[in-house]
Design a protein around this ligand. Structure first.
Ligand code: 9D3
Length: 260
C-alpha cells in the first residue's frame, strides 16, 4: 500500500514510522509512506500557509490554494487514492473503516493544524473526514499515524509470526483478558492459579470469563452490540458472583447504560 501524508510537520510523521511493527512493515516494503509539505507550495516568499478566518475569531485557517497545490503533488505520487482529511469533526475512526481502508491500494492523508482547513478545499479535494475520537488535539499528524498504524498491521506480511491480526473468534468485540508473566508472585500478588495448571479448557473458560466480565464493567456498550451464547451468559454470571457488586458509583452508571 502506498500512503502519502500532506503535513506541515513531515519530520514528526517520519520519526514515528521507524519503530516497531510499522517500522518493519516499511522496511519490508509492505507499505510506503511519503510526505508532501504545503509550505513548499506557498505562493509567496514568506512561505505563508495560513490566514485569519473570515468572520473573525481565534486561530488561523490553512489556505485552500497551498493545500490544493500540495494535494496535486500528492495525487501525482499516488493517483486515484482515497483522500482522507484527519479532522476533529470527522467521522470516528473504527476498526470497520480500518479494514475497509486496508483493502485499498493507496491513501492520501491530509493532517490539519491550527483551527482547521479552508472548507472549500475539504469539499473539493477530499473524499472523507476522519477523527480518532472526542478528544482535542493540536493537529492531524498523530491521528494520521494512528490510522497508518492500524491499517498497516492488517496488511499481509506486516506482522511477524509471533503476532497475529486474526483474533480468536470467541473474543471478537470483547476487551482482552488480563495477562501475566514471571514471577509467579510479585510484591505479594500471585498469578491466578488456573493459568499455572496447564488445563487448557479451564484456561480458555477463565479467559473468556474475564473478557466478558471486564467488558460488562468497562464497556457495556460493546456487550449490547454482541449476542451472548449460553456458555458466555453462564460465565458472565459466574464473574459477577465472584467479583461481587460493582464498586460504589459504577453500578448505577452501568444500569443507566441499559445493563442488567
Ligand atoms: C472550536 C474548537 N476548536 C479548537 C479547540 C476545534 C479544533 C480545531 C482543530 C479542535 C482540534 C483541532 C486539531 N485537531 C485535529 O486536527 C484532529 C483531531 C482531534 O483534535 N481529535 C481527534 N481526532 C483528530 S483528527 C485531527
Amino acid at each position: 500500500m502506498k500512503i502519502v501524508v500532506v503535513t506541515l510537520f513531515p519530520e514528526l510523521v517520519g520519526l514515528a514510522l521507524e519503530y516497531g511493527v510499522l517500522g518493519r512493515a516499511i522496511r519490508r516494503g509492505v507499505i510506503t509512506v511519503e510526505t508532501v509539505n504545503p509550505r513548499d507550495f506557498s505562493t509567496n516568499v514568506h512561505g505563508t500557509v495560513d490566514d485569519r478566518p473570515y468572520g473573525g475569531g481565534p486561530g488561523m485557517v490553512l489556505k485552500a490554494e497551498t493545500l490544493s497545490a500540495a494535494m496535486q503533488e500528492a495525487e501525482r505520487l499516488a493517483p486515484a487514492s482515497r483522500r482522507i482529511c484527519l479532522a476533529a469533526d470527522g467521522e470516528r475512526l473504527e476498526q470497520s473503516l480500518v479494514r475497509e481502508l486496508a483493502g485499498l491500494n493507496s491513501l492520501i492523508l491530509v493532517a490539519g493544524r491550527y483551527e482547521g482547513l479552508d472548507e472549500r478545499f475539504v469539499e473539493a479535494c477530499t473524499d472523507q473526514s476522519v477523527s480518532i475520537g472526542d478528544v482535542v488535539l493540536s493537529g492531524g499528524e498523530l491521528p494520521a499515524l494512528v490510522l497508518i498504524d492500524a491499517v498497516a498491521r492488517l496488511l499481509p506480511g506486516a506482522l511477524g509470526d509471533a503476532d497475529s491480526a486474526v483474533q480468536e473468534s470467541f473474543t471478537d468485540e470483547l476487551l482482552d483478558w488480563p495477562h501475566y508473566t514471571r514471577p509467579e508472585v510479585w510484591e505479594g500478588r500471585a498469578v491466578p492459579p488456573v493459568l499455572l495448571g496447564g488445563n487448557h479448557a479451564a484456561i480458555r473458560r477463565w479467559r473468556l470469563k474475564q473478557a466478558l466480565g471486564r467488558t460488562w464493567r468497562r464497556r457495556p456498550d460493546l456487550l449490547r452490540q454482541r449476542k451472548l451464547n449460553s456458555e458466555e451468559r453462564l460465565l458472565l454470571e459466574e464473574y459477577l458472583a465472584e467479583h461481587g457488586a460493582p464498586p460504589h458509583g459504577t453500578r448505577s452508571r452501568d444500569c443507566e447504560k441499559g445493563e442488567t
